[in-house]
Design a protein around this ligand. Structure first.
Ligand SMILES: Cc1cc2nc3c(=O)[nH]c(=O)nc-3n(C[C@H](O)[C@H](O)[C@H](O)COP(=O)(O)OP(=O)(O)OC[C@H]3O[C@@H](n4cnc5c(N)ncnc54)[C@H](O)[C@@H]3O)c2cc1C
Length: 419
């Protein structure tokens, strides 16, 4: 069967991989000039199934609105009227309670751990190894006693999900990550998730695309999709500037832009961009900087080692689709990294980036069938798309192929939003 995958981010490419493995004729379409050039370009690099969890959590409503009022806060919320945003925020608020959090977290954990296993299988099957993969574990570091107390609760919750983790004292933190011995920041402890990893999703996307291209998958870059055309209860083609493209099945993996293209088909996809920023800094002294990934809980900044660079990402702005770069965000990220790793990094050569996390209001992505028989979704991966892409790609390819996915997709489809 011929399948058109719309979007060449990590999600679209992972889907294309599994469709190709099933023997389908696959065409990947993207408006950019190559793979992974939008949100999959500069994310924080964390392959962290242990962290997969919703932004909608108990206490978050007060926190988000409170922090938005502070200057230089890592969270920002636009009060300008925008129906798409307001509707999303209302749905998000309805999920900010303990019961919904528990359900959503469990769903996200299910996909994320499955996805990590799929990534490992894929790396073993295909020669996609040069993406600065590092299984150095993740240290969620706490600067205050109250953060450590919350960490203790997280550890208990993770144990319930069967995730290996350990609370570490300040001395144990330095034993796991000796580079932190040089910081003057007071670290009171950390939660260690030894099986989590990191990697460069842009490098991964490029290698995967090259691998697939060499094996017959077609790529149409510089090809914006402007509309999805229907006939009866099926999609008949997608419209591009170069004319219509036809296939037997269509997978929408357009990140933040999926809702805009499926809305005219009567599909209300509750995905809204949550803007974040990252810096990438060259490493001068390998021993003076981190090997493990670090989540600085105080600043909500994730720091990953990507070969001879480190990447630090964070901030959350609910302000629309702009990816403009704000100098104060860059300064804050540099301050955080410098405070933890004062030596060994070249802060004269910092690359600064902003991207949009395609967030669902409850957290899990939206996968699989729609009311149009041959139109499938692989969308809404939020803060965890790099971690979740292989698993969700496999699930959607299974559904296209008519095979039952290996994990339960209950709570991962549009049905939970009444679609
Ligand atoms: C600051 C930040 C830090 C993050 N850190 C992490 C992390 O540590 N770990 C993690 O797992 N995740 C992280 N994420 C999230 C992760 O990057 C995303 O979830 C993931 O990249 C989404 O992939 P995607 O393929 O769905 O979207 P994208 O990569 O955006 O791909 C969508 C593609 O669709 C194309 N497209 C859009 N509209 C059209 C159109 N009309 N026609 C044709 N093509 C179109 C785009 O060009 C793009 O290539 C982070 C995100 C941000 C912003």
């Amino acid at each position: 069967m011929k399948v058109l995958v719309l979007g060449a981010g990590v999600v679209g490419l992972a889907t294309a991989y599994y469709l190709w493995k099933d023997g389908h004729e696959v065409v990947v379409v993207d408006r950019q000039s190559g793979p992974g050039q939008e949100t999959s370009y500069g994310n924080a690099g964390g392959l962290c199934p242990s962290f997969a969890g919703p932004w909608a959590a108990p206490g978050m409503v007060a926190k988000v609105f409170g922090m938005s009022l502070q200057t230089d806060s890592p969270i920002q919320f636009s009060l300008l009227p925008d129906w798409q945003r307001m509707r999303w925020v209302l749905q998000w608020m309805q999920n900010c309670n303990a019961e919904k959090f528990r359900i959503n977290k469990r769903r996200m954990q299910r996909v994320a751990h499955y996805s990590y296993a799929c990534l490992k299988d894929m790396s073993a099957e295909a020669p996609i190894t040069d993406f600065d993969f590092c299984q150095g574990g993740v240290l969620q570091i706490f600067r205050t006693q109250s953060e450590l107390d919350v960490g203790r609760l997280s550890a208990k919750a993770l144990e319930e999900y069967g995730v290996t983790c350990k609370l570490l004292s300040a001395d144990e933190v330095r034993a796991v990550e000796p580079a932190l011995a040089r910081t003057t920041v007071p670290i009171v402890g950390a939660l260690h998730m030894p099986s989590d990893a990191s990697g460069d999703s842009f490098k991964f996307a490029n290698q995967l695309a090259a691998f697939l291209n060499a094996r017959g998958v077609s790529f149409k870059y510089n090809t914006p999709v402007t509309a999805i055309l229907t006939e009866g209860d099926c999609v008949s083609a997608v419209m591009t500037a170069g004319g219509p493209l036809k296939a037997s099945a269509y997978v929408v993996a357009l990140g933040n832009y999926a809702p805009l293209l499926v809305a005219p088909l009567g599909i209300r996809l509750p995905v809204y961009p949550l803007k974040g920023y990252s810096i990438t800094v060259p490493v001068r002294d390998r021993d003076a900087t981190t090997q493990a990934s670090i989540m600085d809980e105080h600043n909500k900044v994730m720091i990953s080692r990507l070969g001879d660079r480190i990447r630090a990402g964070g901030m959350a702005e609910l302000t629309g689709y702009s990816t403009d770069l704000k100098p104060n965000r860059k300064a804050l990220l540099i301050r955080v990294v410098q405070s933890l790793f004062p030596e060994g990094l070249d802060f004269d050569d910092v690359a600064f980036w902003a991207g949009l996390r395609p967030m669902t209001p409850d957290g899990p992505p939206i996968l699989g069938k729609t009311r149009w028989r041959n139109l499938l979704l692989n969308s809404g991966h939020g803060s965890n798309g790099w971690t979740q892409c292989c698993g969700t790609g496999k699930i959607v390819a299974d559904i296209v192929h008519g095979r039952k996915p290996s994990i339960d997709v209950d709570g991962l489809t549009l049905a939970r939003f009444g679609g």
